[in-house]
Write a protein of this length. Structure first.
Length: 276
């Protein structure tokens, strides 16, 4: 059984994890209509192409190769343009979906006539607790009449740190990712969508996708934390200039980010000391 969802998976030098990501799509209790893998000028693009085209035909799968690396925003935008489904979902090549992600999220999108939805995301699935969340997600799929959710507004991304892999969007309401942003493009997209008048959106209070790295200083370098901080600040300024957020939201956003930044730096520093 399938539904009218296009999955967009950008990949860059990640043939070693692409199969794991695609396996999680093919393992869904409700299959999507199609998968669009967009290779962003990888050195290993041939290996990724072989992996993507080796799956059975129960899901239509397309592989698009870009001649040069242009960043994940461009890769996702190309996937958006190529998508044929009514709804769009996103999965990075180093992450996975829980098996009932599509069934739960698509069910809510269609039952409530939503433009946008997102759910909780486990950034490090090696942590204790993600398995429990996966089991809860599986149990929830047996009762689609009452999944746990809450209202979703342009304040939600200011308060949470979820991932692109948690969103599903009605294609006709979709906007393109801002390719000028190296960091914070996910956050900017969420805010643009949710700030539109009449946007119908819900937040699913359940982990339905996950990754295998910490959100803070995943590479162990404080430079990454600084880049993340600068990216959020730039995104907030752009959103204010475009009229997507109020001055109060802007001030709230930069205030909380200013407080969080030194805490992130400290956590990365402590982690690095422990590792050495």
């Amino acid at each position: 059984m399938s539904c009218d969802v296009s999955v967009i998976t950008p990949t860059y030098n990640s043939s070693s994890t692409l199969k794991r990501a695609l396996d999680s799509i093919y393992g869904q209790s409700l299959l999507p209509r199609e998968i669009i893998v967009v290779d962003d000028g990888s050195d290993d693009w041939e290996q990724s192409r072989v992996i993507a085209t080796s799956y059975p035909g129960c899901i239509a799968i397309r592989f698009i190769h870009l001649d040069k690396n242009q960043g994940p925003s461009t890769a996702r935008n190309i996937g958006i343009s190529a998508a044929r489904g009514r709804y769009l979902a996103f999965l990075d090549s180093d992450d996975v979906w829980y098996e009932d992600k599509v069934a739960i999220q698509h069910g809510l999108m269609t039952n409530h006539n939503l433009d946008f939805s997102m759910h909780r995301y486990c950034h490090d699935m090696t942590r204790l607790g993600c398995d429990r969340d996966r089991d809860r997600g599986r149990e929830a799929s047996n009762d689609m009449s009452s999944p746990s959710f809450s209202s979703l507004s342009s304040w939600t991304p200011l308060l949470r740190n979820d991932s692109t892999n948690s969103v599903m969007v009605l294609k006709e309401k979709m906007v393109f990712y801002d390719t000028s942003l190296c960091r914070g493009e996910d956050f900017t997209l969420y805010m643009e969508l949710l700030s539109r008048p009449g946007c119908r959106a819900l937040y699913i209070r359940r982990v339905l996708a996950g990754g295998f790295k910490s959100t803070i200083g995943a590479s162990g370098l404080s430079h990454d934390v600084k880049a993340m901080h600068v990216g959020r600040m730039v995104a907030l300024k752009k959103l204010t200039d475009r009229g997507c957020i109020s001055i109060f939201q802007y001030l709230f956003g930069i205030s909380t980010e200013t407080v969080k930044y030194p805490i992130r730096v400290l956590r990365v520093s402590l982690r690095t000391r422990v590792a050495t």
